[in-house]
Write a protein that binds this ligand. Structure first.
Ligand code: MOS
Length: 718
């Protein structure tokens, strides 16, 4: 079937530079947003609505105000106005949604746990107690929190038209075809670190916040706009972020609330969301219904794919993503039709969550392809190779790099694909059913614009500065390695400074773009700095430079450069994508339906791997997220009340160590010659995209039961 693997891959052993901030993190020296201690600190606790749709009829804050230590109780009746909230309504267009939730704005309730009050006290416990004394009554209206079951109820998002390549719905005319529906429940980012902010007004128009955010510059811009401040008067610090997965890509109501509160009490206010609040206040991956029609010739050539999807959004704001995009682009299929709608419910607005859109879509598409492979009696990898896209099927452009075929080959070898039975429910191991499955993923390989300042001081220490955030993938480590290689110095001579809005411009950490973007700028800045040193040495410039000595000889305290760097014209010429394939071996207990993941092999085509150790962690983390998606994660709403019943980490299941076997993370590790000088593409999203299908497909191979509604809980298998 396939040629022999000859590709060298980064081994799974944890070699390479360890995290440069690892020691600070494990010893507690690293400070997260809620951990700063400020003089005169006060503590805010939010009170959420107990209804899901309607208005506040009355709100009694007297008892709370009199409680010990209370400094203020804020509601829509007494909150100072936020200038950015006072935007003109659309009188001519009443159907236009009101936009992001405006906290303490009016008496409307848009979702369960809508913030109706905030108590500020001198201790957290006193604020918590006083919050329990706030009593609200409501005019309740009927709510709708039921997710869509088809596409009919939805509306097309402003950025999403129906798409057709070739003939519409051509799959129906194929000799071999199938049509199936797939659903994915609401999933929550649930990073270890709760969302938290400390807000401090330094004067009437100067604000400093310590905030969990994936983008200090973007947060600065949004907050400056909301409060009508000059950007340079807002300082956003987010030095360490304990995971986010997309939940910290935007400013949420609790951040505005804390800033309002700090203005009222004119003292620093700390607001940390509770774990239950994390289910309603910082977005989530939206419930999405999908239907795939897929058809092929008897020898496995795809004839057509039709992919329909309907995702939920809130009543006040549209959120859309691209679950149908994978069906347009993953395979060379002449006829593709996609339709995507969003459905407004009385819930909070969803947001991007790791592999946003693509992860949802890849579950459906890669499951459908697996189903098709059994109908065709063609090996699932073979089926993918028959329909391998050599150029971008959407734009027609060549790929900047694509080694997905090599990734298939490496992964198949490592998982032991040859042991997979072509028919389901054929193999057992110690009384458990055994199955193998695979699923692939793709995600745009983005490179944005970033500015890096590089400073070499006379002590030989290189400092790199840029305003990127790091939510955990190891940005500082990768940047240090890029700089060490460029400058020809040891990593321990390099300091990477980030997470403050006063530093040079960098985009938010999102879309798997940081290594390509900031790494490209680090590379360029180091090159320029090195040239500056070479110039200083006249024509005696060599490659191995003693920077400290050159500075001393020239009587200079330091040399620095500030360099802005971005993707060149190759961005127009090529389609840039990262690719992945995930393989799983699962064991399913025939009596209890328990699924044990026995082995996982993930292979990524992320271009050059600049930091093997953190790259491995990134893939392992994404794979675990995909296992959670496949087997456990589901936010459950009690439809009678519109309220989540499992809004905590005891009842909202995510994988724990005992659920996860050894995960092999492998890389094709071939440079992308067009994206940046390192040849590095992103990997954060492709680490997860396709994983849920790999598990579902393995479960089918083990049991002959096809579960199309995630998560695959034991009850669905017995
Ligand atoms: Mo990612 S969903 O861009 O944090």
């Amino acid at each position: 079937m396939m040629k022999e693997a000859t590709i060298s891959t980064i081994p799974t052993s944890a070699d390479g530079l360890s995290r440069v901030d690892g020691r600070a993190k494990v010893t507690g020296a690293a400070k997260y947003s809620a951990e700063y201690k400020l003089d005169g600190m006060t503590y805010a606790v939010l009170v959420g609505s107990t209804i899901t749709n309607g208005t506040i009829a009355s709100i009694d804050i007297k008892a709370a105000e009199k409680a010990p230590g209370v400094l203020a109780v804020i509601t829509y009746l007494n909150a100072p106005k936020v200038p950015g909230h006072q935007v003109a309504k659309n009188p001519g267009k009443p159907e236009v949604k009101s936009g992001p939730l405006k906290v303490f704005y009016d008496n409307k309730i848009m979702l369960n746990n809508h913030p109706v009050a905030m108590v500020i006290a001198d201790t957290f416990e006193r604020a918590q107690y006083a919050a329990s004394l706030v009593k609200a009554t409501y005019n309740k209206q009927v709510h709708d929190t039921k997710p869509p079951k088809d596409i009919n109820k939805g509306v097309a998002p402003s950025d999403g038209k129906d798409f057709t390549r070739g003939t519409a719905d051509a799959w129906q005319n194929a000799p071999i075809k199938l049509e199936q529906e797939y659903t994915l429940p609401n999933e929550f980012h649930n990073p270890m670190e709760l969302h938290a902010i400390i807000a401090k007004w330094n004067s009437d128009d100067k604000l400093t916040i310590w905030d969990k955010t994936q983008g200090v510059k973007a947060t600065r811009g949004d907050i400056a706009k909301a409060f009508n401040l000059k950007e340079e008067n807002v300082q956003v610090n987010s030095q360490f972020v304990g995971g986010a997965f997309g939940s910290a890509l935007q400013v949420w109501p609790h951040e505005i609330a804390a800033i309002i509160g700090a203005k009222v009490v004119m003292r620093p206010v700390k607001l940390v969301l509770s774990r239950p609040d994390m289910f309603t206040s910082v977005g989530y991956r939206p419930y999405t219904w999908q239907k795939i029609g897929i058809g092929a010739t008897a020898d496995g050539k795809l004839v057509g794919i039709t992919h329909e999807a309907a995702g939920q959004t809130s009543s006040y704001e549209d959120f859309s993503e691209g679950p149908i995009n994978v069906s347009k682009a993953l395979y060379a299929c002449p006829n593709v039709t996609t339709r995507y709608k969003i459905v407004s419910l009385d819930v909070g607005t969803p947001t991007w969550m790791r592999g946003p859109g693509e992860a949802t879509g890849a579950f459906a598409l890669e499951s459908a392809l697996d189903e098709l492979s059994y109908k065709l009696k063609v090996d699932p990898i073979e089926l993918r190779l028959i329909n391998y896209a050599k150029t971008d099927p959407v734009s027609g452009k060549p790929f900047s790099s694509k080694f997905l075929d090599e990734a298939y080959e490496i992964g198949a070898k490592q998982i032991g694909w040859k042991d997979r039975k072509a028919e389901p429910a054929q193999a057992t191991q110690n009384g458990w059913l055994v199955g193998y499955g695979m699923g692939g993923g793709m995600f745009g390989a983005y490179r944005d614009k970033a500015t890096v300042k590089a400073i070499m001081k006379a002590d030989g220490i290189l400092t790199l500065q840029t305003a990127v955030s790091d939510i955990g993938p190891g940005t500082g480590t990768a940047m240090t390695l890029i700089a060490a290689e460029r400058m020809g110095i040891s990593p321990d001579k390099i300091k990477f400074e980030m997470g403050e809005s006063s530093l040079p411009d960098a985009p938010m950490q999102g879309g798997s773009a940081t290594t390509a973007t900031v790494g490209g700028a680090v590379y360029d800045a180091c090159n320029d700095l090195k040239q500056k040193f070479q110039k200083l040495m006249g024509n005696g410039g060599t490659d191995k430079l003693d920077y400290a000595k050159i500075l001393k000889d020239n009587n200079l305290p330091s040399l620095d450069v500030t360099v802005q760097s971005s993707l060149g014209s190759d961005g127009q010429k090529y389609s840039m994508q990262s690719w992945s394939v995930h393989f799983t071996k699962v064991l399913v207990h025939p009596k209890t339906g328990v699924v044990k993941i026995d082995k996982v092999v993930c292979v990524a085509d992320s271009g050059t791997i600049v930091s093997p150790k953190t790259a491995r962690s990134q893939i392992v983390g994404g794979a675990i997220g995909g296992i959670g998606m496949a087997l456990m994660e589901e936010g459950v709403i009690d439809q009678r009340y519109g309220r989540y019943v499992n809004n905590n980490l005891a009842d909202y299941h995510v994988p724990v160590n005992a659920d996860i076997p050894q995960i092999e993370a492998l890389f094709v590790n071939k440079p992308d010659p067009h994206i940046n000088q390192m040849g590095a593409k992103g990997m954060g999203e492709i680490a997860l995209i396709g994983m849920a299908a790999a598990v579902a497909n393995a479960v089918y191979n083990a049991t002959g039961k096809r579960v199309r509604d995630l998560p695959i809980t034991p009850d669905k298998l017995i």
